[in-house]
Write a protein that binds this ligand. Structure first.
Ligand code: HEM
Length: 373
């Protein structure tokens, strides 16, 4: 099932076709920043920037997955979308508290019914959300076909027309991708914003890279990304310091010998890439935010690529990696978020990471978006 999806979104060029849609969402993000900061006394601050990035990520991923806009970033969010966002936020928070319910043995469920009931309710809500959008697309395709029109579109259109997956499988995969694609991207954007605000000299260099490498007023597209190595390095370094999924796991499929130890087939292994990300063996000056280490200038900047694997590795690695990269890379381009000078608001206390499944900012990140001179 995964292979059908992978072949459509595995490589940067596969997702490049979504650049224009993502750029429209970025324009709305910028408008939203203008609106939010104008409501503050200093005319610059956006409080709890993660709320904003949550809506951006949700709108971005919906544009790609469902090929439609939800209106998350509008001043007056459509009522139906408000309900979706509330339902989704509730689902996400309930999912976090009930994610262990799956481990409750069947015989115990009638005795302690609440966790299992809420677990099912949260998933039902998520499925319903996806189902509405998949069904809408299906109806639109059907009406195009009825009128003898040619059907073109993105991922969902392809899945519905090609019939390589059943409708049930499409509902399930769209649900899972939406769940996996919103918080992960928004937390990463929040951390990256925090780090750039804390390191104005790096922010200035990223801005200069954009101004020097992209023509004036150019609308950035995915094929511009390779010209901007520092932006890619900022994302890698952000995910090294704050990997949204700080750990991962695998069950060995055969006997393995690692470092002289025998690990028998069927052993459950827990991998903590948060720890390897901070190991001096893998990264010199590991506690510091140094995006340039990924540009491989000299020995000091040597990196161990397996020391930081924020998207996982191998056959079950993150299927949405290229989508997340597109959403994050493009939002830094000229005429986008770095049209502002990003500064930490005095209201923001030092932000430490906390984990409840995902690695999240421990308190609100309030950011000042000043006009760049
Ligand atoms: C910065 C953003 C993101 C990060 C850091 C991230 C990280 C991860 C990680 C670590 C895994 C587990 C990989 C493994 O076990 O090897 C994963 C799986 C997954 N991710 Fe992401 N992810 C991000 C964004 C997204 C987006 C935008 C989507 C969808 C549009 C997505 C969809 C998925 C799915 C469906 C899986 C399960 C893959 C499978 O089991 O085959 N992710 N992600």
């Amino acid at each position: 099932m995964r292979s059908v999806l992978r072949q459509k979104i595995l490589k940067p060029k596969d997702v490049a076709v979504y650049s224009e849609g993502v750029n429209e969402v970025i324009s709305d993000l910028i408008k939203r920043i203008h609106t939010l900061r104008s409501q503050e006394d200093d005319g610059e601050t956006v409080t709890n920037v993660n709320n904003l990035f949550f809506k951006y990520s949700m709108e971005g991923v919906a544009t790609i997955l469902y090929e439609c806009r939800l209106g998350c970033l509008e001043n007056n969010v459509p009522q139906q979308t408000v309900e979706y966002i509330e339902a989704l936020e509730l689902m996400f928070s309930m999912f976090k508290t009930t994610m262990y319910a799956g481990a409750i043995p069947k015989w115990l469920r009638p005795l302690i019914p609440k966790p299992w009931r809420e677990f099912c309710r949260s998933w039902d809500g998520l499925f319903k959300f996806s189902q509405i959008h998949v069904d809408n697309k299906l109806k639109a395709i059907q009406s195009q076909l009825d009128q003898g029109e040619e059907v073109n579109g993105g991922l969902l259109t392809y899945l519905l027309v090609s019939k390589e997956l059943t409708l049930e499988e499409i509902y399930a995969n769209m649900t899972e991708m939406l769940l996996a694609g919103v918080d992960t991207t928004s937390f990463t954007l929040s951390w990256a914003t925090y780090l750039l605000a804390k390191h104005p000299e790096i922010q200035q260099r990223v801005h200069e890279e954009i101004v020097n490498k992209l023509g004036k007023d150019q609308v950035p597209l995915a094929h511009d990304v390779p010209k901007l190595p520092l932006i890619r390095a900022v994302l890698k370094e952000t995910l090294r310091l704050y990997p949204v999924l700080p750990g991962n796991g695998r069950v060995t499929q055969k006997d393995l010998i690692v470092g002289g130890y025998l690990i028998p087939k069927g052993t459950q292994l827990a991998l903590c890439h948060y720890t390897t990300s901070y190991s001096e063996e893998n990264f010199s000056m590991a506690n510091e935010f140094r995006p340039e280490r990924w540009l491989r200038k000299d020995n000091l900047d040597r990196v161990d690529n397996f020391g930081s694997i924020p998207f996982g590795y191998g056959i079950r690695s993150c299927i949405g990696k290229r989508i997340a990269e597109l959403e994050i890379h493009l939002h830094y381009k000229k005429k986008n978020i770095l049209n502002f000078e990003i500064k930490i608001s005095p209201k923001t206390k030092p932000v430490h990471a906390k984990t409840h499944g995902l690695l999240t900012p421990g308190n609100s990140i309030d950011v000042r978006f000043s006009d760049r001179k």
